[in-house]
Design a protein around this ligand. Structure first.
Ligand SMILES: Cc1cc2nc3c(=O)[nH]c(=O)nc-3n(C[C@H](O)[C@H](O)[C@H](O)COP(=O)(O)OP(=O)(O)OC[C@H]3O[C@@H](n4cnc5c(N)ncnc54)[C@H](O)[C@@H]3O)c2cc1C
Length: 400
């Protein structure tokens, strides 16, 4: 039985893991090591309420200060894990070695950047609270135009929030529609319509070929030759897992920390959240999931995994996330694929309130909802039960 636990990454997966151990009655030392200066905070409000100026930063705290103290954690903020050796069970923090007994890796992900923009004023990515506050300050200064590159969830949310603040905004997406890679073209077109009808200057099917300006961003040039003048650029082109510090550790690193079906990466080492790539037996494949709900579930699972020889069940969630854009709540449960049949099963596309099923080979694969939270949750249950396409349609037929 391990007497102490070390968690690297003081954010959603790491903190929820520590809390689960305490809830279970584990009273040994727990170290929570994070390289940010802030106490653990929630990231979804960074592109929504905090960026909009509706919330101050302290409302994003993951656990109130008084409850935090009860957890009795050795919280080491502003501390970076720099190296790991799983054979000798040694972790280096800010270059200093220390032994660990059980280690949970929860170092999350960081944003990809646009080549040629390094160090340029007015260019931002959004991952941390500091990023959010910097963009918020720039929005408050009244930029001439915000350009957002990438209409994935973060880029689309930033565009929606900025337009809500009255900032003229152009959103650039290289695919034919926002979110298309995840939700497919038909549903992506509805998201496009939501943005356009709310005043976003949405340009799809174009990429950025050049960024103009010396110290300060002045314009972006697109693949169709258009030049868009701007003094504020937010780049939302995806994330990379934070694994560089694990090179040579003895772990397998391939687009994340590779783990077995129980989130175990090596004896005494587990991983959770955006950094973990584990074998999800429900789908029979290694997957890395960059969603809030996954970090909330996997953090506790992977922390508990360190205290047992063999867990009763593997970690087999149905992935699920939400995104708020304008007054629409977008949700997706499951794993759609480009070949899936897509059927609207409730509501209407024209009203921007609908639920859609994705299916193939006689099975329900995913459920999408726009302002349809109840239907998405019921659909998620159907996915967890492995419902067939016909069974799922029969359930949806009874929805009002
Ligand atoms: C702006 C924004 C909005 C989002 N909105 C939604 C949403 O609406 N719905 C949804 O489902 N998901 C959303 N997400 C995704 C969700 O927030 C993430 O999936 C979740 O934060 C992952 O948690 P994590 O603990 O795995 O990683 P992270 O939250 O990334 O935390 C990892 C922590 O580890 C630290 N770290 C990294 N390397 C080291 C090191 N070597 N040593 C010490 N510390 C280190 C990092 O600085 C960070 O603090 C959003 C994300 C962002 C950025």
């Amino acid at each position: 039985m391990r007497k102490s636990i070390t968690i690297v990454g003081a954010s959603l997966a790491g903190l929820r893991g520590a809390e689960a151990l305490r809830r279970d009655g584990f009273n040994g030392p727990i170290s929570l090591i994070g390289d940010e200066p802030h106490a653990p905070y929630d990231r979804p409000p960074l592109s929504k309420k905090i960026l909009a100026g509706d919330w101050e930063a302290d409302r994003a705290a993951l656990t109130p200060a008084e409850r935090f103290a009860d957890l009795n954690l050795d919280l080491r903020l502003g501390s970076r894990a720099t190296k790991l050796n799983v054979d000798s069970q040694t972790l280096w923090v800010d270059g200093e070695p220390e032994a660990y007994q059980g280690l949970l890796i929860a170092t999350g992900a960081r944003c990809r950047t646009l080549p040629g923009t390094e160090g340029m004023n007015g260019v931002h990515t959004l991952r941390s609270l500091n990023d959010c506050l910097a963009i918020r300050t720039a929005l408050e200064a009244g930029p001439r135009r915000l350009v957002v590159v990438g209409a994935g969830f973060i880029g689309a949310e930033v565009a929606a929030t900025a337009v809500g603040r009255g900032v003229p905004t152009t959103l650039i997406e290289s695919l034919a529609a926002p979110l298309e890679r995840v939700v497919g073209n038909m549903v992506g077109e509805v998201v496009a319509e939501v943005h356009r009808s709310n005043g976003v200057d949405l340009r799809c099917g174009v990429g950025v070929t050049a960024v103009h300006g010396r110290e300060q961003i002045e314009a972006v040039e697109l693949t169709d030759g258009t030049i868009i003048e701007t003094d504020l650029l937010v780049v939302g082109i995806g994330v990379l897992p934070n694994t560089e510090w694990l090179e040579g550790s003895g772990l397998t690193i391939e687009n994340g920390v590779v783990c077995d079906e129980t989130c175990l990466a090596a004896p005494g080492v587990t991983a959770a959240g955006d950094v973990a790539r584990w074998l999800n037996q429900r789908y029979g494949e290694l997957m890395r999931v960059e969603h809030w709900d996954n970090a909330v579930e996997q953090g506790p699972y992977a922390a508990r995994r360190l205290l047992v020889d063999q867990p009763a069940d593997p970690f087999t969630p149905v992935p699920w996330f939400w995104s708020d854009q304008f007054d629409r709540k977008i949700q997706l449960a499951g794993r759609p694929s480009p070949d899936d049949e897509v059927q609207i099963v409730n509501g209407s596309i024209e009203e921007h309130r609908f639920a859609a099923f994705y299916g193939s080979h006689g099975k329900l694969r995913a459920v999408f909802g726009m302002n349809r939270p109840r239907q998405v949750m019921q659909g998620k249950n159907l996915l967890a039960q492995g419902a067939s396409w016909q069974e799922a349609l029969a359930v949806a037929a009874a929805w009002e």
